[in-house]
Design a protein around this ligand. Sequence first.
Ligand code: B12
Ligand code: SF4
Length: 595
Amino acid sequence: MGTLTRPAIAFVNPSVGFSDRRKSKPIGLAYIMAYLEKSGFPSSGFDFGDSEDDAVELAAHYGLDRFDVVGFSVYNESFRAAIAMAEWIKNRRPECLIVLGGPHATAVHEHILRRYSCVDVVVRREGEEAMLDLVRGLDVGLDVSVGVDVDGYGGHVRAPLTGLTGIKGTTWRAPDGSGLLVNEDRDFVPDLDRIPFPDAEFTSHSGYPDLTYYDEVQGRLKAALTICSSRSCPYNCSFCGVLTIGRKYRSREAERVVAELLHFRARHGVNYEHVYFSDANFFVSPTRALEVAEALYAADPQVTFSFGTRVNQILKAAEVLPRLKECGLRFIELGIESASEPVLERLAKHVKPEVNVAAVRLLRRLGIEISLDFIMLDPATTLPDIRANLEFLREAGFYDYVPHDHLYTALVLYEGTPIRDFYARRFGVVFDPDDLPSPFTLFELPEVQRFSDTLRAFRKQWQDRIDGALAQGELALASMADGSGGPDGWDDSDFPRESHARLQLDVVSLRHAPNLFMERLLEDAEAGFPLLDGAGDKGGGDEVGDMGGLEVLLPRLGHDHVQLHDLIERTEAAAREAGFAQAPGADVVGPHGRD
Ligand code: B12
Ligand code: SF4
């Protein structure tokens, strides 16, 4: 038997290498930490998810070498940062147990243990129970050898342990050097309502900006909370990173979801009035969705909510949608992904493009907003696929849709997903398990590569400016409309009626601008790029970012056919004239600024 000193435990969410506006705490880690805490094992959480700082400097700054166990939550994107931190800790404190978990670690557990000696163990799939077995084992002095006896340990252990390396759902290097120990899978947490709420604190150098939702119906900004009311999803889309953790759908009871909202209201002293459900697919059971909605409404009719699901389910359960709306449903994040049949087949969505259109129409008719999940390009995309996407966006009424991110998305090939294997076979390559190939470099067709390069150059050059001008113009219009300014409440001499009308039109033109650029670019691509080639770019594709190459493709916009930069300047000037001199930028949270 070893000592009975509780191990010092830390959990780390490493950086993905760029600063993303943070929307929620690391939920998976928070669940594990709360689960351990309830069993008497407190731990410290570190969330570097949106940090651009060097991983080793962060590890040193926060003293990650003072712990006996450090568990990293690993995405493809954050893997290298996790390894850099793990190496630093291991060099300074070899006895620290380094644990990796999460989607990427689960997908390539054997590879990680073969290549990285700084990692001791990978916990596959869900982490709560395996992690508890690990820290309990350490607590009673088990070491990394098979078959250590735990008899006599005072009642803590639920299931007999065969030593740390025998714990279900974990992978190790065999202590005798004979290879890997891949223990049998652990069952999924059977009843999500029996594990504690994901209540855990994280140290983070950047803090957590308040999560909000602007409720257009009630005309006010609400404090918002993210809740995960179910896990996994019964579908099998080929690109889905959620399924790496396992395809076993489980859901929570409505009362527990409400109890979680009330728990965090009391805990944080914040009156959360919007719930972003982070479920992979909230609408798997429409009956349960209705129960959750009604329970939330009964608890507080001011509470609104939003969730993500797929199009076929919207149509299958159309009859419950009006009631969900009455209970506070504001928008649905809809996994449309593509309007091209061959692409939908590759993505294994098992829906036809017309189902996408029907679902959008239905939600529009019911007045439920849509947040678009769209994959504009995948490696085998053709120009006709892009045409199908643009036609869909136009016909389904998404020309006005902001943010414009959906126009620029390309499929990311996560480890563990069938589509990554599909493309490895198709290209005859073996992707390095540590690498996440840039989705913008994999196109099969040179014309699609050039289309994508040009589109990215447009985004780099124009999108921030469009966003800034749009935010200012829309804020100016909104404050006029609600009576705090503008023609209804203002003196016409402050902001003449014609200027107001023009600002309205200009804002619409700015919303359309990236769509129209894409259409022109697609036409040019279909014709063999005569415009781009004639504009000074010598066909190499590298210089498309220069002003000449792009300018020639820019459509003249709006009712009076102005150039894009004039339109931007005119909108900014009008907003200034109306009293909005400051660029609100990314800090403005409006109905479309959510995530
Ligand atoms: C909310 C959410 C976020 C939030 C919160 C992130 C977070 N860390 O929780 C925000 C918006 C910040 C976010 C950011 C990103 N996300 Co995200 N996110 C989600 C989402 C929608 C829900 C997460 C959730 O509620 N999980 C519920 C918990 C219970 O499950 P879990 O997170 O898988 O955790 C369990 C296991 O994985 C495991 N586990 C996890 N970590 C660890 C660590 C240890 C030591 C152990 C033992 C076990 C373990 O145990 C947990 C509990 O059982 C999921 C999709 C989904 N519905 O799951 C995508 C998802 C997890 N995100 C994903 C990605 C790619 C990202 C980004 C990298 C995107 C980007 N390019 O910036 C960043 C990563 C930033 C970061 N490092 O935090 C992918 C991961 C795919 C992959 N194979 O890598 C997912 C699956 C969506 C997808 N695209 O398919 N995300
Ligand atoms: S419907 Fe969504 S969560 Fe379910 S498998 Fe497809 S992408 Fe993943």
